[in-house]
Design a protein around this ligand. Structure first.
Ligand code: TK8
Length: 326
């Protein structure tokens, strides 16, 4: 048995130190490295780590879901066959339910509120639950406020969502919320969405402006509603197996570079959100902004999910977040 595990540990795992004392960290990501804000944040992380370690640690970035989707890359981290990834928080809830907190509709209205909760006690406590699934959570980057697009008609009120086939992430709160809004939600992995929109097996989807542009969804959609119905953080994470192989100094270095890259990435995302919205408009999509009255109606209609998932999130944890948001 001992012999067997020694053999397995030696084969193909990530983060192994080479004979010359150098370490390579392989990072997988679902969206593009060059154009998405998440990708640019990862590039900043790579640049910082390689500089601060004087080239002793190399970071290799693989974008566009080349190494899998959010869920399968997390599974690879658990097995130690991939070092790092950065899923949206929503699929992370399949591994630890505490992350469901961030899926609550209209939880945050400003990015500053999100920063406060994510970087504060509640966000850090939720990040720590990854310890229970063999993963070390480093920090939160920003995917952002999500908006609805579709190819059928303008969505200006919750009733306009009625019957629309909308792709959601594989997440029970997102699914339940869109059902409460009268839509026909279709959970699907990110890398399957473009084709489904193009082939009209879906009417619409929901994502931040940056990804609606970056993933080319605008090419298959006619209407965008600035609804900001969910806020999604990205969770930057590293395999526990990789983490445990690093020296305490290198662990510190990685954490510091992650925190620095986070600041850069959030700024970049907030800039690109407006820039890419303009590009989407330039492409001819009809853009509506949900009015405060309609936003209030949608929030009200979705209220049951707060109670329904409070047990999964943890009641104390949820109460603390709601207090921090106020
Ligand atoms: C890949 C996903 C994506 C997410 C989704 O990067 O699945 O809609 O918004 O960003 O994490």
């Amino acid at each position: 048995m001992l012999l067997l595990s020694a053999v397995f540990a030696g084969c193909g795992g990530g983060g192994a130190q080479n004979a010359d004392g150098k370490t390579t960290l392989k990072v997988g990501f679902g969206s593009s490295i060059d154009n998405s804000s998440g990708g640019q944040g990862l590039k900043k992380f790579k640049e910082l780590v390689e500089k601060e370690s004087n080239g002793r640690i190399t970071v290799e970035l693989f974008g566009d879901g080349q190494l899998g989707n959010d869920k399968s890359m997390m599974e690879a981290l658990q097995m130690g066959t991939l070092d790092m990834t950065m899923p949206s928080s929503s699929p992370v809830s399949e591994f630890t339910k505490a992350f469901l907190a961030f899926d609550l509709p209209f939880l945050f209205t400003t990015p500053e509120q999100a920063d406060k909760v994510l970087d504060g006690a509640s966000g850090q406590d939720i990040l720590k639950t990854l310890d229970t699934v063999n993963i070390k959570g480093l920090c939160y980057f920003e995917n952002g406020f999500r908006n609805v697009t579709n190819s059928k008609h303008a969505v200006k009120s919750v009733t306009d969502l009625s019957g629309l086939k909308i792709r959601t992430m594989q997440n029970p709160i997102h699914l339940e919320t869109f059902k409460l809004w009268g839509a026909n939600p279709q959970p699907m992995a990110f890398n399957e969405v473009f084709t489904a929109l193009e082939q009209k097996t879906l009417d619409g989807q929901e994502n931040p402006n940056t990804l609606i542009f970056d993933a080319g969804f605008y090419e298959a959609q006619k209407y965008l509603t600035i609804s900001r119905h969910f806020y999604t953080p990205y969770v930057l994470m590293i395999s526990r197996k990789t983490w445990d192989k690093l020296s305490p100094e290198d662990q510190k270095l990685i954490q510091k570079c992650a925190d620095e890259a986070k600041v850069f990435q959030r700024e970049t995302n907030r800039r690109l959100d407006a820039e890419y919205l303009q590009k989407i408009k330039d492409h001819g999509l009809t853009v509506d902004t949900l009015s405060p009255e309609e936003t209030a109606k949608m929030k009200e209609a979705a209220q049951p999910v707060y109670d329904k998932f409070s047990g999964d999130i943890g009641k104390e944890r949820l109460d603390a977040i709601l207090k921090e948001v106020q």
